[in-house]
Design a protein around this ligand. Structure first.
Ligand code: BES
Ligand code: MN
Ligand code: MN
Length: 456
């Protein structure tokens, strides 16, 4: 549509300036010392939604960080799209590995470098600007509701409560999210699923105090050594997870489904070079695409204990701990998996130590039905602006609220992400391509157009 193109060309620079301004706000949800910034970011999102043409824009307080809501109902008889995104970001550390300040966005080689540039400020903001394009040119083909939250990166615990309590307000026909990646701008793809998550913390305690490692070492079990052994035993020689019952409910794909998934372009040499590893690792019998999409995994996210300061200290620590998460696939249940993990961890602990296992948060996996009209609308939208249809993929990450949209609101979700796996999400030097940002703004209005047409 020429009116959209003209509008977007005219306002191109302002769109980017506004995004950079959002990226300057350190809205780190995990760290309470940033809660003022998180609040300021919510205010900024509210203002931008209002300017773009949304109505009833409000900041909805929660027990944690607030949710920003806004809507534009052009005609109650038309279909409604609920756009979800998150304005919170992951902590920026380790700071010393950033080439420029995580909250001082810079543009280098056509990419925006900043925490949150791809995950998810740069992506949800495309929706705000796509909406502005349609609203200001009088071409909005359907109703839109925005729900931009501030706790995605810490598990969305309060959003679950919010959607349960606001079913009428959030009434819609489909949820649209840009918070995933595509293969590349040359090979656009749509994620047809997300993995679930079960996040655990373990603590192993040995002696009742830290000990001199010369006086007691060799006579008393070292909790750090025991913890490492216990963790190492959770993968067997084929890198299968050893927790009894872990795979019981895993949905296996058919040969045809696996072949279709593996038809996606994947350059192993490039993948290894990008990560700086000489060899890949993973569950035997599955390809990298399968290992990161349709298979469950178990990863140590952090491990600590004993002396980690400068220089050396000879000590046998009293305690050692780790944060361990498991990615889940259909039909694994995160509460069940958390319980299996706990029982197993307690069972394999030797008598020389005591263990404590805590569940942090979790979420269910999700699969998008590819025969849904909204999936077709997304495919057509991509075809319109990329010149070719999307390859269906499975996203390896998790957005736990997506399964709850289905459970609480009865809504399917379309994952129309424009990022890249190599955008350094959660890592130093997170980036988002300018071309991805603008391509998203260009593509999103077509989704609304086709979805409204196909809903007739
Ligand atoms: N945007 C990501 C999820 C994602 C990334 C999905 C890439 C597919 C591909 C999201 O912000 C995220 O990081 N989610 C967390 C889960 C949360 C409970 C902390 C995750 O996946 O670790
Ligand atoms: Mn995200
Ligand atoms: Mn994230």
């Amino acid at each position: 549509m020429q009116v959209w193109k003209d509008y977007q060309v005219t306002h191109k620079d302002r769109f980017l300036e506004e995004l950079l301004e959002l990226l300057r706000i350190p809205s780190v949800s995990a760290d309470s010392s940033f809660s003022k910034d998180v609040k300021a970011c919510a205010e900024a999102v509210k203002l931008r939604l209002q300017e773009a043409g949304a109505e009833k824009v409000e900041i909805c307080p929660t027990a944690g960080h607030p949710i920003v809501y806004g809507e534009k109902i052009v005609d109650p008889a038309l279909p409604t799209v609920l756009v979800y995104g998150h304005y919170d970001v992951q902590p920026a550390d380790p700071l010393e590995l950033w080439h420029s300040g995580p909250f001082e966005p810079v543009i280098k080689e056509e990419k925006i470098y900043a925490r949150g540039s791809a995950d998810d400020k740069g992506q949800f903001y495309m929706h705000v600007k796509a909406f502005e394009t349609m609203a200001k040119t009088g071409t909005l083909p359907c109703n839109i509701k925005f729900m931009i939250e501030g706790e995605e990166e810490v598990g969305s615990a309060n959003l679950g409560v919010f959607i349960r309590d606001n079913k009428e307000k959030l009434k819609a026909d489909v949820v649209l999210i840009s918070d995933t990646a595509m293969l590349s701008l040359e090979n656009p793809s749509l994620d047809t699923g997300l993995r679930g998550l079960s996040y655990m913390e373990v603590e192993v305690t040995g002696p009742n105090r830290d000990l001199h490692s010369g006086v007691y070492g060799g006579a008393v079990a070292n909790p750090a050594t025991i913890l490492c052994k216990m963790i190492a035993s959770m993968h067997d020689e084929n890198n299968h997870i050893t927790i009894p019952g872990f795979y019981d409910k895993v949905q296996e794909l058919t040969k045809e489904e696996r072949a279709a998934l593996n038809a996606a372009p994947f350059d192993e040499a490039e993948y290894k070079a990008d990560l700086g590893v000489d060899e890949l690792w993973g569950e035997k019998g599955y390809t990298t695409i399968e290992r990161t999409g349709i298979r469950p995994t178990l990863e140590v996210n952090g491990i600590w204990g004993g002396y980690t300061g400068e220089g050396s200290k000879t000590v046998l620590p009293s305690k050692a701990s780790a944060k361990i998460s498991m990615r889940l696939v259909p039909n694994q249940d995160w509460k069940e998996i958390s319980a299996l993990f706990q029982a197993h961890f307690e069972k394999i602990a030797p008598k020389s130590v005591k263990v404590k296992v805590t569940t942090h948060h979790g979420g269910s996996p999700y699969v998008t039905p590819t025969d849904h009209i909204a999936f077709k609308a997304a495919s057509e939208a991509i075809k319109s602006t990329f010149g070719k249809g999307p390859i269906p993929m499975r996203g390896g990450g998790s957005i736990p609220i997506v399964a709850l949209f289905e459970k609480e609101l009865g809504l399917k979700t379309i994952l129309m992400g424009f990022g890249l796996d190599s955008d350094n999400l959660h890592s130093p030097n997170e980036k988002y391509g300018l071309a991805n940002f603008y391509k998203g703004i260009e593509t999103i209005p077509y989704f609304h157009k086709y979805f409204a047409e196909m809903s007739k």
